[in-house]
Design a protein around this ligand. Structure first.
Ligand code: ASP
Length: 347
């Protein structure tokens, strides 16, 4: 059997896709594999017959992804690393709420992946009338069977997005994900899927697995924070986050093209945190476009305080990258260099 003939691996982690109604609202249901296979059997016969074979592995405790932590990202990456060689591609079934965070983290942990890994979920449970779940799984399976795809991607509503560029974009629409600063990697066209040429990872970033699977446990409980600025934020409030000695790094979501209030006390808090070896990075609150620290005087303070520029990275990618770098035994200069280097097409 060549590697392309090996069945796909489907990892089920939870999420709306596999949920059932309970007295307390939707929650993960049991007997997932039988339910999924039944839903796929109900596809029109030609589409059913065209489905790639797959082996399903269920998480022992499927979750609502709003409960996911870095420890879950680590467990999932290790599961993929242990099993991927026996499969032509991998599909991860995941709740939509934190799907983009998991996809981003998997990309940093599974660097150099030499086959497709497609994360998908659904806005409606498998058995709900008009559910998007069967078609999302079907499309993800087809994308995961494309050997030319060699990275972590998100497949949703007929579109394939780079995982580390993806954001949840809508609370209800079937088309709930977007990659605002990167074009689609592929699309479903009728019953086929196409990959757009020239948009996959550059050769040097793919095709030769060099997984990095550090222990996230020391960072899983608040080691890295995300701080979104608002007009009127004070140095005292920023200090409440950054002076915490359990904190190892923080992502700041700043104004527009890379600006913060010109407040010496606030900038002093940032500089103190950097001086203590905390890794600070900034991205914009605007979903589209990049930041360049220091183009305005209002951004120069970030440069002086040692804050790293996240350019057009998504908050999901920037924060999971901070976690990933801080979990490894690197010196500060190497962490800073790697943050500024595109590792998996995230910047
Ligand atoms: N709360 C659910 C989850 O993220 C939402 C979903 O899957 O769509 O698990």
């Amino acid at each position: 059997m060549t590697s392309a003939d090996r069945p796909l691996l489907v990892l089920y982690t939870g999420g709306t896709l596999g949920m059932v109604e309970t007295p307390r609202g939707l929650a993960p249901g049991s007997d997932f594999e039988a339910r999924l296979r039944r839903a796929l059997d109900a596809l029109p016969p030609a589409r059913r017959a065209a489905l790639p074979d797959f082996t399903l592995v269920e998480s022992p405790t499927p979750i609502d992804s709003s409960a996911a932590t870095p420890a879950d990202w680590q467990r999932l990456a290790r599961e993929v690393a242990a099993r991927y060689r026996d499969h032509a591609g991998i599909v991860v079934l995941h709740g939509t709420d934190t799907l983009a965070w998991t996809a981003s983290s998997l990309a940093f942990q599974l660097q150099g992946l030499d086959r497709p890994l497609v994360v998908t979920g659904a806005m409606l449970p498998l058995e709900a009338p008009g559910s998007d779940a069967p078609a999302n799984v079907e499309t993800a399976l087809h994308f995961a069977a494309q050997p030319a795809l060699q990275e972590v991607a998100v497949g949703f509503c007929g579109r394939l997005l780079r995982g580390v560029r993806t954001r949840k974009w809508h609370t209800r629409a079937a088309d709930a994900f977007d990659s605002p600063n990167y074009p689609l990697l592929g699309e479903r066209v009728d019953d086929d899927v196409v990959l757009y040429p020239g948009r996959g990872l550059e050769t040097r970033q793919r095709g030769a697995p060099r997984f990095e699977l550090p222990d996230y446990a020391p960072l899983a409980e608040g080691g890295v924070a995300r701080l979104v600025l608002w007009p009127g934020i004070t140095a005292r409030q920023v200090a409440a986050w950054l002076d915490d000695d359990r904190l190892r790094g923080a992502l700041l979501e700043v104004w527009g093209g890379g600006n913060v209030p010109d407040d010496p006390a606030l900038l002093g808090v940032l500089a103190r945190a950097s001086g203590e070896g905390k890794l600070l990075a900034a991205v914009s609150q605007c979903p589209l476009g990049s930041i360049a620290l220091g183009s305005y005087a209002a951004g120069q303070g970030l440069v002086d305080a040692g804050v790293l520029c996240g350019e057009a990275m998504t908050p999901e990618a920037a924060l999971t990258k901070l976690v990933h770098l801080l979990a490894q035994p690197l010196d500060d200069a190497e962490r800073r260099r790697r943050f500024l280097t595109p590792l998996v097409g995230e910047r």
